[in-house]
Structures are given as C-alpha cells and as structure tokens.
Design a protein around this ligand. Structure first.
Ligand SMILES: [Zn+2]
Length: 89
C-alpha cells in the first residue's frame, strides 16, 4: 500500500511541475504581437493630394485642396510611389 501511495504522490508532483512549466512557457511562445499590428497597418487610410505627389495623414493639412483629396490606403499610396507629406506626418 505504501509503495502505491508514494507512486501517486510522485505522479501528482510531476504533473503539477509539468503544468507550471507549460503555463510559464505559453506566454513566451505566444509573445509575437506582430500579426494584429500588420492588419492595422494594411488598412491605414491616407489622403492623396490633387497633385498626386504626396500622401497625407489628414485632408486639411494645408498643402493641398481638401475637396480634391482622395482617400486611399497606405498600401496604394506606396504602390503609386507617393511620398510622405513632411508637414502632417
Ligand atoms: Zn500633408
């Protein structure tokens, strides 16, 4: 009977240690917050000026006509070769 008791206690201690190790390792393994950040960056909206040389963070930054500004995604602006407006970024 004593042998069986010792065995079961060892088993419990092992499982507790294993569980603690697994729990402490989990945040480290999941510690890559790059996926949500990428999604936000891909859907960032910018303003293309009427002259089409720069993209702006707002349509009334003063370097373009807000009525002629077009809203496009940051990806589209970069694909068009537009440069960041030095005033509003
Ligand atoms: Zn601007």
């Amino acid at each position: 009977m004593n042998k069986t008791k010792n065995r079961s206690i060892k088993g419990i201690v092992f499982s507790v240690v294993f569980t603690m190790t697994a729990l402490s390792a989990a945040p480290v393994m999941a510690g890559t917050p790059s996926a949500p950040a990428r999604t936000v960056a891909a859907s960032t909206m910018v303003w293309e000026s009427a002259t089409g040389k720069c993209y702006h963070s707002k349509n009334n930054c003063g370097k373009m006509n807000p009525k002629k500004a077009k809203q496009i995604t940051l990806e589209q602006a970069k694909a068009k070769g537009l440069k960041k407006c030095s005033k509003c970024w």
